[in-house]
Design a protein around this ligand. Structure first.
Ligand code: PEP
Ligand code: MG
Length: 330
């Protein structure tokens, strides 16, 4: 079994009917990049940059330190794309040393609904532009994509774009070289999933954060054990938002990926393929199992089954029973 998985590493992820599928890795530090390559991923779909900011007593990394970290991640991936998400601090990932409340205006009542991710970045403009400058500079060393977390409104999109333009002007004025990057939005708040044309107009690609999309769609705090049994990735509302996001992005000719846990869970591989997803980003340890499912799938057989799962009372059971009747099943 080990040897088989090792051989699988260099096998391209292509379905039985010839559809190419991109399997990417989620990483937390530049040091995780070799494991991402080792696992057979073809790039980094999510580098959670907040891990550079955490566990350091609230002392934030400066532009040079960030540039160095992003450049190392990019160089380790040897020309494969590296998608780096701007800080997603807050909620389940607090900056330590500074308690949530001390960190300016963070909500202590429910941090998941408080000042986190892009909301925090927009409230700390010099911190945000410092990170953007470091990211654009790292793009000189290989393909970098920047991903913005937790966007929910046009106003946030506009402000984000203004900071990006400002950061690039600062680099030009300082005579720094920087590269071109693709800009992506995370779709992880239902408001974003319901107003996709706004996001498709301003961004080059979308990445669906199912972990938060489930939390916010179902009103289940992902960190609260008392309601963990209600946190349900198979909820039809969640599946419909994911399917709709994939359909609309593809119709607009934009890239779309899933980078939440759903992408790395083999139980969802065929369903996501049926929705039209061709880019999955996951923990490196999941790449081999998802690839096995992709290699055995036939999207021509799967696609017609989609509605039967999406509009079923019990999508998990429906998916399982349909797959057991299809050759595309595992
Ligand atoms: C998500 O929300 O699905 C996601 C990928 O981001 P995080 O888990 O870091 O919030
Ligand atoms: Mg998230």
């Amino acid at each position: 079994e080990r040897g088989r998985l090792a051989r699988l590493r260099h096998t391209p992820a292509v379905t039985l009917d010839g559809e190419r599928v991109e399997l990417l890795a989620n990483i937390e530090m530049p040091e995780d990049a070799p494991a991402a390559l080792e696992a057979g991923s073809v790039g980094v779909g999510l580098f959670r940059s907040e891990f550079l900011f955490m566990n350091r007593g609230g002392n934030l990394p400066d532009e040079e330190e960030q540039y160095d970290a992003y450049r190392r991640a990019v160089e380790s991936m040897k020309g494969l794309p590296v998608t780096i998400r701007t800080v997603d601090i807050g909620a389940d990932k607090p900056l330590d040393g500074l308690s949530a409340a001390e960190l300016r205006h963070e909500s202590v009542l429910n941090p998941a609904l408080g000042l986190r991710a892009i909301r925090w970045s927009l409230s700390e403009p010099s911190m945000f532009r410092r990170q953007l400058r470091a990211l654009y500079r790292a793009a000189v060393h290989g393909p970098v994509k920047i991903l913005i977390p937790m966007l929910a409104s046009q106003r946030e999109i506009t402000q984000t774009m203004e900071h990006i333009a400002h950061a690039k002007r600062q680099l030009t004025e300082a005579g720094r070289s920087f590269g071109e990057v693709q800009l992506g939005a995370m779709i992880e708040v239902p408001a974003a999933a319901l107003t996709l044309p706004l996001f498709l107009k301003h961004f080059d690609f979308l990445s669906i954060g199912t972990n938060d999309l489930i939390q916010y769609t179902l009103a289940i705090d992902r960190a609260d054990e008392a309601v963990a049994h209600l946190y349900d990735a198979w909820h039809p509302a969640v599946l419909q938002l994911v399917a709709n996001t994939i359909t609309q992005a593809r119709a607009a000719g934009k890239g779309v990926s899933v980078c939440g846990e759903m992408a790395g869970d083999p139980a969802f591989t065929e369903l996501l393929l049926a929705m039209g997803l061709r880019s999955f980003s996951m923990h490196p340890t999941q790449v081999a199992s998802v690839k096995q499912r992709v290699l055995r799938a036939d999207t021509r057989r799967l696609a017609p089954l989609l509605d039967q799962v999406l509009y079923s009372e019990d999508p998990e059971a429906a998916c399982e029973s349909l797959l057991s009747q299809t050759n595309g099943g595992a």
